[in-house]
Design a protein around this ligand. Structure first.
Ligand code: 13P
Ligand code: SF4
Length: 341
């Protein structure tokens, strides 16, 4: 008996609210994208917050930096980065010989937008008058220009290790003040935060998380370090997105409260259907800007190409590569369901 249109995809993502008709439409698009990937010799990298249908055609799913490293390992001339602008830029910084595409130019980042290179240089030189050994440690959620005027980068997975790995005692931590406060609590160094935040994680309140904990007292509470300090206090584990997935895979616990952008809960329910994930999450409109149609159009028209001026790229690559050299600081991403691509 023929399988009805959309049934395979519906079996995988129907529980996330996708109708059978919508899955049939998406399956048609998935076929188009698979053919275009072959034609363009392209790989698709998808961040953990992307729409579930995009995971279906991704060669790797993970966090921003792990994906950029993956970009250098996977074959192909073209990297389509289903994520936000700074992630595609990081892929270009590390892979200058490849064409890097972002499917939708509305996929920016309000956190990355809180700092510019001139403002950072001015603040760092003012602080250096009082703290001559100041180092600028920059979260990868930042533009290439900002990375280029930084001493070293970090991710949410390795920020503490990176700060502790450098000899400097005073750190200007850019741009996320919540991640800076988390790091300050885990090091004896002086951490001066940049005054930026991710509006998505900032909206998550202690009351909302406390309510979820009260409803599900046995669930393990996983919280992203971009959340406020009063929210992090409620965590059993403070983890990056990839860290949450690794933790949930390895844990014997049957249920979790997941406190970050909602895409991560989608990913977890797809990857680990036998476990329960309660949501205390918010949506990032930048991450959700990319649709499967955008992915297909991007590969068809080879748009929107991400470029980084070579003088900026070389300096930004120095800060990113210095982070990659910190021992044990960046676990690699896990490949996403290669059988479906
Ligand atoms: P990670 O996936 O590195 O934890 O980052 C979270 C994030 O907000 C990316 O925009
Ligand atoms: Fe930027 Fe926050 Fe969205 Fe991540 S979740 S892309 S940090 S706005």
């Amino acid at each position: 008996m023929p399988v009805s249109a959309g049934a395979t995809l519906h079996a995988r993502i129907g529980h996330l609210g996708y109708s059978q008709d919508e899955c049939a439409r998406l399956e048609g698009l998935l076929e188009r994208v698979r053919a275009l990937k072959v034609r363009r010799k392209a790989v698709i990298l998808a961040h953990n917050y992307q729409r579930p249908e995009i995971f279906e055609v991704a060669d790797a799913v993970g966090d921003s930096l792990g994906l950029s490293r993956q970009a250098g390992i996977l074959p192909g001339d073209v990297i389509l980065f289903a994520g936000v602008h700074f992630m595609a830029e990081t892929a270009k910084i590390l892979n200058p010989g490849k064409t890097v595409l972002l499917p939708n130019m509305a996929a920016g980042c309000s956190l990355a937008d809180t700092v510019t290179a001139p403002a950072l240089e001015a603040r760092a030189s003012e602080l250096r008058r009082r703290h001559p050994d100041l180092a600028v440690v920059t979260y990868v959620n930042s533009t290439a220009d900002v990375k280029a005027v930084s001493d070293i980068c970090c991710t949410s997975a390795n920020a503490v290790e990176v700060v502790n790995s450098i000899p400097n005692r005073t750190i200007l931590f850019v741009p996320d003040r919540n991640l800076a406060a988390y790091v300050a609590g885990k090091t004896d160094k002086t951490v001066i935060p940049w005054d930026g935040d991710c509006h998505v994680h900032q909206q998550i309140t202690p009351d909302g998380v406390a309510q979820m904990k009260a409803l599900h007292p046995d669930a393990v509470v996983l919280i992203h370090p971009e959340c406020r300090a009063d929210v992090l206090k409620l965590a059993d584990e403070v983890l990056s997105t990839e860290g949450m997935i690794r933790f949930a895979c390895a844990s014997a616990a049957p249920s979790f409260v997941v406190v970050t952008e909602c895409g991560l809960s989608d990913r977890l329910t797809i990857e680990l259907p036998e476990k329960i994930f309660y949501r205390a999450c918010q949506l990032c409109r930048f991450m959700k800007a990319n649709t499967l149609e955008d992915v297909a159009t991007s590969l068809e028209r080879m748009q929107f190409e991400i470029t980084v001026p070579e003088s900026v790229r070389v300096r930004a690559a120095r800060a990113v590569t210095r982070m990659l050299e910190v021992p044990g600081a960046v676990p690699g991403p896990r490949p996403a369901a290669p059988a479906r691509t």
